[in-house]
Design a protein around this ligand. Structure first.
Ligand code: MSP
Length: 503
């Protein structure tokens, strides 16, 4: 049996409510996870929360709360959003989990025994909002090169991980592994970043400055740097060093999905950490772009957040999913517009898909009392279109292009609506051409069934409504995408509008 498909999201910082950027990463991952289940694979989809470090400590203090009390209150907020958005994860990991701590400690033991960690003096400039250290030359006019805010000078005793020792190995690995970082342009960016010497990574913070972190095992005066802590989740979530049988069942991860802002950590630190502990590389690190508003990244610190809870309340989870998956090419930035979301909802979802399903089921109700008639012929031009759609969708998804998969699906949705206009079933009914009308409707309902199946990865709750109105329950599979399995005599529920239009 082949290995389960193991897919991960980044762990979200819990210093604020989740926003559209977080929702996007999880929707993308959920769509891939569902698609691999649809292909019949076993899937391990893990998401979770990043709960240590200065940001979180500060957010807790701002509210006058103990850090652990604060994170315990924040985590359910993330979980409730994932629920609302139909994110079907298999495991939720928190960096405050005991298991994660123990595994992190085991990893330190290995690294120390290998001599890959040493104690030294750290001097540099620190940007607190970004949690980043910068060297003098990296600063942009004395400010943080990422967010352009003030930085503080620091000099302190810390522990360092020998990234530099593995630099030439990593360069070779990236050159030889074209699919390790996707898209290609990002891989090239990482390679050109690696043309300069890598500095070793400072992996602790003095407890005097930060107490909210995992204890560094060899020194009571230090806690672990939040990035080193968080990256380990990808292996601690599958029991690395604790239950190697479980670990080797899932590892290597097939897909780490991350935003482009955190690619360096995932394409430089993470592979080096794995190499140092002698663990196989994940197959692909996929970097998606940002959602922007008027050219600026949507982010808490810029104060331009889009509240996904509100959007779902107004338009429903599937409309939000559709918009995010369809409107930006994975890997590139997308410019967020609520007006455009509404436009897509009214046209693609309500006029095209909703209308098709409603028409098909209402006509069956009207002309055949809601029961699928016996078809005497299955010749319809839609059949071939659906077969090629299935291939297009599969290729698009395996090539990380969910928007192209949706385009292929909507080609068929629109074609099916045209098919109704051209065949004028109401005329067939008037002329009492029952057989022709029956054949026509069976073809149309088959199309609706196959669309319902293929949509399960993208618009899960809509797909479920479509399928259950046709009396189809259970785990949908690509194997069911064969033309012709609707049974004569089955009672089909008359549809309700799937997407009420928004003014
Ligand atoms: N905690 C780290 C990740 C550790 S993974 C071992 C972190 N967390 S985060 O909450 O700040 O961001 C998580 C993800 O949300 C990142 O992939 C980031 O790219 C994504 N997004 C945050 N804002 C975004 C947009 N405006 N648009 C799209 N995604 C962006 O980084």
């Amino acid at each position: 049996m082949s290995k389960p498909f193991y897919i991960t999201t980044p762990l979200y910082y819990v210093n604020a409510k989740p926003h559209i950027g977080h929702a996007y990463t999880n929707i993308v991952c959920d769509t891939f996870a569902r698609f691999h289940r649809f292909l019949g694979e076993e899937v391990r989809f893990m998401t979770g929360t990043d709960e240590h470090g200065t940001k979180i400590d500060r957010a807790a203090k701002d509210q006058g709360k103990d850090a652990k009390v604060y994170v315990d209150e924040m985590v359910p907020l993330f979980q409730s959003l994932w629920n609302l958005l139909g994110i079907q994860y298999d495991y939720f990991i928190r960096t405050t989990d005991d298991n994660h701590h123990q595994i992190l400690q085991n990893i330190f033991k290995t690294l120390e025994a290998k001599g890959d960690i040493y104690r030294g003096k750290y001097k540099g400039w620190y940007c607190t909002p970004c949690e980043s250290f910068w060297t003098e030359t990296q600063l942009a006019e004395g400010k943080c090169p990422d967010c352009h805010r003030d930085v503080q000078q620091l000099a302190e005793d810390n522990y360092f991980f020998r990234l530099s020792k593995y630099q030439s190995w990593l360069v070779g690995y990236l050159r030889d592994s074209p699919r390790f970082v996707w898209p290609e342009t990002r891989r090239n960016e990482i390679l050109s970043f690696l043309e300069r010497p890598l500095e070793d990574l400072c992996i602790t913070r003095p407890r005097a400055r930060l107490t909210w972190g995992i204890a560094y095992p060899s020194s009571p005066e230090h806690v672990v740097y939040v990035w080193f802590d968080a990256l380990v989740n990808y292996v601690s979530g599958v029991a690395y060093s604790k239950d190697m049988k479980q670990f080797s069942r899932f590892w290597p991860a097939d897909l780490h999905v991350v935003g482009k802002d955190i690619l360096r950590q995932h394409a430089i630190y993470w592979p080096i950490m794995l190499k140092a502990i002698d663990v196989e590389m994940p197959r692909t690190v996929l970097a998606h772009g940002w959602w922007t508003i008027e050219g600026s990244k949507v982010s808490k610190s810029r104060g331009n957040v889009v509240d996904p809870f509100e959007i779902v309340k107004r338009y429903g989870a599937d409309a939000f999913r559709y918009y995010l998956l369809h409107e930006a090419r994975l890997g590139l930035d997308g410019s967020y517009s609520e007006d455009l979301l509404v436009e897509r909802l009214n046209s693609d979802l309500a006029d095209d898909l909703g209308n098709l399903v409603l028409r098909a089921t209402s006509m069956l109700e009207r002309y055949f009392s809601g029961r699928i008639p016996d078809a005497t012929s299955s010749a319809t031009p839609l059949r071939g279109k659906l077969a090629s759609m299935t291939d297009l969708v599969k290729n698009a998804m395996l090539g990380f292009q969910p928007y192209a998969a949706l385009d292929a699906i909507w080609e068929v949705v629109r074609e099916a609506n045209r098919f109704v206009e051209q065949n004028k079933p109401w005329v067939l009914a008037k002329e009492n051409k029952k057989e022709e009308l029956g054949n026509f409707l069976v073809g149309l309902l088959e199309t609706v069934r196959l669309l319902g199946l293929v949509l399960t990865s993208f618009l899960p709750s809509t797909a479920e409504k479509i399928l259950s109105s046709l009396g189809i329950n259970g785990r949908p599979s690509i194997q069911d995408m064969q033309w012709g399995s609707l049974k004569a005599g089955v009672r089909v529920e008359k549809g309700v509008p799937l997407f009420p239009k928004v003014e």
